[in-house]
Design a protein. Structure first.
Lengths: 286, 312
């Protein structure tokens, strides 16, 4: 990846991170740790991979994104707003009564949200159906399913993952945001999901691994997954840092994962993010 | 005599001819005789999801999101319980169009026993906003229920039985509309609301009641949600008392729906013939029906009670 391209993605990721901090800060709730870990993956996906038309969110031939770890919706909302699906001012109503942006995504309310969610463990199954539908219509769209590592404890994930390789020449690419944390602590201590590569391989998925905060690495993993897309499903295991970019969240000092954000913490996070990147971001009065 | 499952199969073939977007998903139900004709008529449009009801519902949701009309078939007992979260999250909340056909419902799983019989499904499904619930009484109305469900934008739970049942009405298209009941017998002494296999029992009961001087009006409430409220209330205004008969637990079914309607709009005695909050056991379906008190005899008894309680 060229330096300029990487810089551009890093700039976008910074804006998205700041928006996540602002929206959870204003709402005083929302899953910040799980959202910040996902940012770089979503930025790469939405700016470099997806065939979408933000001005025509229901374009039938679009690629689909199923956010299975839907508690990380602040990240999705910030990406969709910055990608032009709706006005950024909607972000400041996150979780409010009547808001377009619900605490967990409600597809009928939000342009750009392609699938229902809120109850984890359902993404691969929905992706299977979406892929079948595009196959019936002869469309070339691809389905990207964003999973969390904690949610892989749900049995329904594996029911669906077992089916995907038999669905024909579909194009399903799953990404696991491996931030290592779940509601009550480290995933490995609560219910160990490893060895994950072997699990997916034994379910006949192609497995790629990446540093989920390194755009060059993500580029390589996506390239591999897309190259293999005609042969069967792929999964990218992306190692990430929970709360990436905000020291309190990274250190787990906010309490995982639904961190009680407030104005003070929001300002601290914004200062940290600004200074880490030389303070290029624009100020925002909320 | 055919089962409502067989009637559903006929309606499904008809609907699939008209609607190219209709896709059948089932959870390893090849042994059910309606699958073969569908597969041979519409190859590639039936998907055996294996014994994985949760994945089947999620897949159905994905198909619906992609513009298809999924029709899902499984045992009622497993479809409505194992995949309840998926039904709620993936279909009911977004209001996606789908038919959920739950077969072997009620006591019709017979000898399979309690795990396979299902008498809580109506309660589960009707508690979900956006979900419609249809309980056809015979093969003909079951067949019509398919196209009826497809005219409806949201998800529909279609409750089917595996046991053969008599026809309750000769006119195939008689008034089978969502939100409307089929008026099968007019009367002004008592209103009998019934659904599923209890419609036939209600007609038998009405015959006996007429010999006793009570003129019973029989409404086939095959559309449990939306309930044919105006039709039921109009009948209650004439009769002043009501019996509800259903092959379901006493809790959460048609009985409670009608009782609640009456309580708020026109309080009259409403008595229920249903399973009294217990589980089933192995046995022939008809034996079970007798054992759990789901016959015309109970309807006659409850009707006499309700009739004597009415305000004069």
């Amino acid at each position: 990846m060229k330096t300029a391209e990487r810089r551009e993605l890093e700039g976008l990721a910074l804006e998205v991170r700041k928006d996540i901090v602002r929206m959870t800060g204003v709402a005083r709730s929302g899953n910040i740790g799980s959202s910040l870990s996902l940012v770089d993956i979503l930025v790469y996906l939405y700016w470099k991979v997806l065939r979408i038309r933000p001005e025509e969110p229901h374009w039938p031939a679009r690629d689909r994104v199923v956010l299975s770890k839907s508690h990380a919706c602040p990240a999705l909302y910030a990406v969709l707003a910055n990608r032009g699906f709706f006005d950024r001012s909607e972000l400041w109503n996150f979780r409010r009564l009547g808001a377009m942006l619900q605490g967990h995504p409600e597809m009928v309310r939000t342009p750009g949200v392609d699938a229902p969610g809120g109850s984890v463990g359902m993404g691969i199954g929905i992706a299977n159906g979406l892929m079948l539908a595009s196959g019936f219509d002869g469309l070339d769209s691809r389905v990207f399913c964003i999973l969390g590592d904690g949610e892989l404890q749900e049995g329904s994930i594996w029911e669906s993952a077992m089916k995907t390789p038999d669905l024909g020449s579909g194009k399903i690419i799953a990404l696991v945001d491996m931030n290592g944390m779940q509601m009550n602590g480290p995933v490995k201590d609560i219910r160990n999901i490893e060895p994950l590569r072997e699990k997916f391989e034994s379910f006949r998925w192609t497995v790629a691994e990446a540093d989920g905060h390194d755009f060059d690495d993500l580029e390589g993993a996506f390239a591999l997954a897309l190259k293999r897309a005609d042969e069967g499903p792929s999964v990218i295991l992306a190692r990430t840092v929970p709360g990436k970019g905000f020291s309190l969240a990274e250190k787990g000092l906010l309490g995982y994962p639904s961190s009680p954000m407030n104005r003070e913490r929001m300002e601290q996070a914004l200062r940290e993010m600004e200074s880490a990147t030389g303070g290029t971001g624009k100020g925002e009065d909320l | 005599m055919k089962s409502t499952l067989e009637g559903f199969g006929e309606g499904l073939l008809e609907a699939a001819r008209e609607r190219k977007d209709l896709i059948l998903l089932h959870a390893d139900m090849d042994a059910v005789p309606i699958i073969d004709p569908f597969v041979s008529n519409f190859p590639g449009r039936a998907i055996n999801c294996g014994v994985s009801e949760q994945d089947m519902i999620m897949t159905a949701a994905g198909l619906a999101l992609g513009g298809k009309t999924p029709v899902v078939l499984s045992w009622s007992a497993f479809l409505t319980t194992r995949a309840f979260d998926q039904i709620r999250t993936c279909l009911a909340i977004p209001g996606l169009q789908a038919i959920l056909a739950g077969t072997h419902a009620g006591l019709s799983a017979g000898e399979e026993g309690v795990s396979h019989q299902m008498n809580q499904d109506i309660a589960l499904m009707r508690s979900l906003p956006n979900m419609s619930v249809l309980v056809p009484a015979d093969a003909a109305s079951s067949s019509v229920s398919v196209s009826l469900s497809l005219d409806h934008p949201g998800p529909v739970y279609l409750r089917l039985g595996a046991d053969r049942v008599p026809d309750t009405c000769t006119d195939r298209n008689a008034d089978v509309r969502a939100g409307s009941g089929r008026l099968l017998r007019e009367g002004d002494g008592i209103t009998i609301c019934a659904c599923g296999i209890m419609v036939h029992e209600a007609l038998k009961a009405a015959e006996i009641l007429s010999q006793q001087g009570i003129s019973a009006e029989v409404i086939d409430c095959f559309s449990i949600k939306p309930l044919p409220s105006q039709q039921i209330l109009a009948s209650l205004r004439r009769t002043g008392c009501c019996v509800v008969a259903e092959e379901h637990n006493l809790i959460g079914g048609l009985g409670e729906a009608v009782a609640s309607l009456s309580a708020s709009e026109n309080p009259v005695p409403v008595r229920c013939v249903a399973i009294s909050d217990r589980y089933g056991q192995s046995g022939a379906p008809r034996e079970l029906q007798e054992y759990y008190g789901l016959t015309f005899r109970e309807i006659v008894g409850e009707s006499a009670q309700a009739w004597s309680m009415r305000r004069r």
